[in-house]
Design a binder for this molecule. Structure first.
Ligand code: PLP
Length: 407
């Protein structure tokens, strides 16, 4: 097995070098954010109660904003997940009678209930008379610019245009920043009054810039994915234009008090340290994904993205073709984990999914997908999605183990 790993690494040397260049640039932006905000040991202190004047929290938000190219950011442990952050943003920026327009096809599964895509009320956007429409992606997975243009012209109630950067769990390329920038230009030319939100989950620090650098108004993500660096124990963020961030703060806590309240009695050390580590952790995860792509492509499997294809997120899809291989792969990932390594993953009928699903994650932070993890719906053509790894070494170990278990 090790010869196959080493031969893959030899082929990957030039792409790995490029990943390290991106890491260096992102590191320098993060470091500058820490230094220019004079981060000190006292900023790691916890707070209690209302959290009025919580300098640790406020400084962290400034550092985080700068690191992601934002003028302002709401970054809170009290945001429970990426879905929560996205829901706060959608409800904050839309009003009854207006329309949310997803220009990158159907959104990530957990947003369907937030939007009310299948007619769900239960406090969804639909329940508040906020309409929804989407432009599907083209068959090759890229944005359909003529369809986006048509819909923008057709519907004057569109006030928020959403773009999902990550491929999510589908066999399509990620949106590159170039495509995101082009879509934003199109929106500006037809509906200058509309705002553009990018679901940035899994995308942070994968490229040398972020969607805000190409003109997005607001980006949203989870701290137990890329920007928490594997250390943040929970939380989410919304970053971008200050007046939009203020609206989001009013929605997150209460109108009037907004961002002035919110304490965190466990202390902010893992947030600062996690952000500091994030460019490195993400680079490790990206290199792990590339290694899996190369090794499985060499073994004759279809992989997406290809080992040397430009990446916009940390997800690697491997088309393994049979349920047995998918199960073996997930078991290899679990058995390569520091936590719950003895657990043997089994496919099961998870609520909200049409097929049985198998998941592997032996993570320090519950469900953190910046840590090595894999999952697959048990259906044709039996694709497994792998992401994360706090260290390249662990990803390398896991890929070798998966090869051995599939042999
Ligand atoms: C993970 C993810 C979400 C939802 O985040 P959770 O933290 O799981 O709620 C939304 N969009 C994309 C693209 C994601 O990858």
């Amino acid at each position: 097995m090790m010869e196959r790993i080493i031969s893959a690494e030899r082929k990957l040397a030039p792409v790995f070098a490029r990943v390290q260049e991106v890491e260096q640039l992102n590191f320098e932006r993060v470091l500058a954010a820490f230094q220019q905000n004079s981060v000190s040991v006292r900023h790691f202190n916890p707070s209690t109660g209302y959290g009025y004047g919580d300098d640790s929290r406020d400084t962290f938000e400034r550092v985080f904003a700068q690191a992601l190219g934002a003028k302002d950011a709401l970054v809170r442990p009290g945001i429970a997940s990426g879905t929560h952050a996205l829901a706060v943003c959608l409800f904050a920026l839309l009003r009854p009678g207006q329309t949310l327009f997803y220009a990158s096809g159907a959104p990530y599964d957990t947003l369907h209930g937030v939007i009310g895509i299948q007619g769900q009320r239960d406090g969804s956007l639909l329940d508040y008379d906020i309409a929804y429409r989407q432009a599907d992606l083209q068959p090759d997975g890229t944005l359909d610019f003529s369809e986006i243009e048509r819909q923008l012209k057709e519907d004057p109630t569109i006030r928020l245009v959403a773009l999902q950067r990550s491929r999510g769990y589908s066999w399509r390329p990620t949106l590159t920043l170039e495509q995101i920038g082009k879509a934003i230009e199109l929106v500006r030319s037809i509906r200058p009054e509309a705002r553009v939100m990018v679901d940035n989950c899994y995308g942070e620090f994968v490229q040398e810039r972020e969607p805000l650098h190409v003109g997005a108004d607001v980006i949203v993500g989870s701290l137990i994915k890329n920007p928490g660096g594997g250390l943040a124990p929970t939380g989410g963020y919304i970053a971008g234009e200050p007046e939009l961030i203020e609206q989001c703060a009013y929605r997150l806590t209460a109108p009037g008090v907004g961002r002035e309240i919110g304490s965190w009695s466990a202390g902010y050390l893992p947030y600062y340290q996690g952000l500091y580590m994030a460019p490195h952790t993400v680079a490790q995860a990206v290199m792990g994904a590339m290694l899996a792509a190369q090794v499985f492509a060499d073994a004759g499997f279809s992989v997406s993205p290809l080992p040397d294809e430009p990446r916009g997120d940390i997800i690697q899809a491997l088309k393994l073709g049979t349920p047995e291989r998918v199960i073996a792969f997930c078991r290899a990932i679990q058995a390569s984990s520091p936590v719950d390594s003895y657990v043997v993953p089994e496919p099961w009928g998870m609520p909200g999914y049409d097929n049985d699903v198998i998941m592997a994650a032996g993570t320090f932070v519950g469900g953190a997908s910046i840590e090595l993890s894999a999952d697959a719906p048990m259906r044709e053509p039996y694709i497994v999605y792998m992401q994360g790894a706090l260290t390249y070494t662990q990803a390398r170990y896991a890929v070798a183990k998966a090869l051995a278990m599939l042999a």
